[in-house]
Write a protein that binds this ligand. Structure first.
Ligand code: NAI
Ligand code: MG
Length: 365
């Protein structure tokens, strides 16, 4: 049965790295490993140039109808002066909202070949494979009231509000426990229940969900300690589930254990459809549109290709093919092939297309 992929390459290097994924898809389709029907849309500055909006209603509709969305990156100085609500990033915010993707998956994988570019010593990170599951649509970034008021004495007061309802914690916890079952069967839940009511509820709900997963070990960790432990002994973690704010910070900490921004994929998942069980899903590299290197053919396509591997794994349950793509990435790195962002010393540096081709060649082998 065919499955639909909606591609939104976006701006800057987004188009360059998506082109390499398209070559992989062309091959998996050709060989019958997949039967993807591909459609393409415009998001970000390119959509603004063509239609005067960051993304058209038509492309949002296509994203909602697709089995998975692959997104490159948006933004760039060219669009610094467009109206705020149509700035390139507005496409991303609208898509996340309409797809209602509340679970943000950020793997931090340290390929042995790149262990020396980590911020930590090789032995601490070699073989690292952590999955941070961040709640993406609730918490202090969205809670009301959210205000700045003049107090009349030259002082101002800013208020952000952390709000979580139990259903929001329950559904993100289930995502984390389900994922843990496919990996090391361990979940760390990070909150600040020692000083925050939202942390108390977080812990209570996560512990309740854990009862449905007797085969998965749950450990509680205070979020500040989690930050410390991530840079002390990161390999103790498998899956970590946490709220929007702590997840933002902890996933960036974990990212830097792995080397370059050009290596980091992500997935954002919504609730399962009550009829089909399928989740809306959005896959994108963590990095942006890198205007400083756009058009030079030197961008690292690995984060985008690894995002496609996540789509194979989480939207299509093609676990073997996902493994093959990830192994192809590891093999190419093992061979010493490097784009400029991950090169060190006298490594031979290759461009975007050569890296894409090398990964495809490994996949074919
Ligand atoms: P950025 O991630 O685009 O670039 C940061 C640095 O990392 C740059 O030096 C860039 O050349 C390098 N880099 C990033 N990805 C790379 C790759 N695949 N290969 C090699 N080098 C890579 O972040 P920056 O510079 O802060 O933002 C640039 C634009 O991207 C802005 O307009 C920003 O708003 C947008 N942005 C978009 C995101 C998205 O679409 N999800 C996320 C972050 C930023
Ligand atoms: Mg962040």
């Amino acid at each position: 049965m065919s499955q639909s992929l909606f591609l939104l390459p976006g701006d800057g290097i987004g188009t360059e790295i998506m082109a390499e994924v398209e070559k992989l898809i062309a091959w998996t389709n050709e060989t019958g490993l997949t039967d993807f029907i591909i459609d393409r849309g415009l998001a970000g500055g390119v959509a603004y140039d063509a239609h005067g909006v960051a993304i058209t209603d038509g492309d949002v509709t296509k994203a909602l109808a697709a089995d998975a969305v692959l997104f490159g990156a948006v933004g760039g100085p060219k669009w610094d002066d467009v109206p705020y609500d149509q700035r390139p990033e507005a496409a991303l915010l609208r898509l996340r909202k309409e797809l209602a993707v509340f679970a943000n998956l950020r793997p931090a994988i340290c390929y042995p070949a790149l262990a020396d570019s980590s911020s930590l010593k090789r032995e601490l990170v070699e073989g690292l494979d952590i999955l941070i599951v961040r709640e993406l649509t609730g918490g202090v970034y969205f809670g009301e009231p959210k205000t700045i008021t003049e107090l009349g004495n030259g002082q101002k007061r800013a208020i952000d509000t952390q709000v979580y309802e139990s259903y929001e914690i329950d559904r993100i916890a289930r995502v984390a426990f389900d994922l843990a079952r496919t990996r090391g069967s361990r979940v760390h839940s990070a909150d600040k229940k020692n000083v925050m009511k939202s942390g108390v509820l977080w812990d209570e709900v996560v512990k309740g969900v854990a009862k449905d997963y007797p085969d998965v070990a749950l450990e509680h960790i205070l979020a500040d300690n989690a930050a410390m432990q991530l840079v002390r002994t990161p390999k103790q973690f498998d899956v970590m589930v946490t709220d929007n704010l702590f997840g933002d910070i902890l996933s960036d900490v974990a990212a830097m254990l792995t080397g370059s921004l050009g290596m980091l994929p992500s997935a954002s998942l919504g609730s399962p459809d009550p009829v089909t069980g399928k989740r809306k899903a959005f896959y994108e590299p963590v990095h942006g549109s890198a205007p400083d290197i756009m058009g030079k053919g030197i961008a690292n396509p690995i984060a985008m290709i690894a995002s496609f591997a996540m789509a194979l794994r989480y939207s299509f349950n093609m676990l073997e093919l996902a493994d093959r793509v990830e192994n192809a990435i590891a093999d190419v790195l093992e061979d010493g092939l490097r784009t400029a962002d991950i090169a060190q010393g006298d490594d031979r540096v290759i461009g975007t297309q050569e890296m894409g081709a090398a990964i495809l060649a490994k996949l074919k082998a």
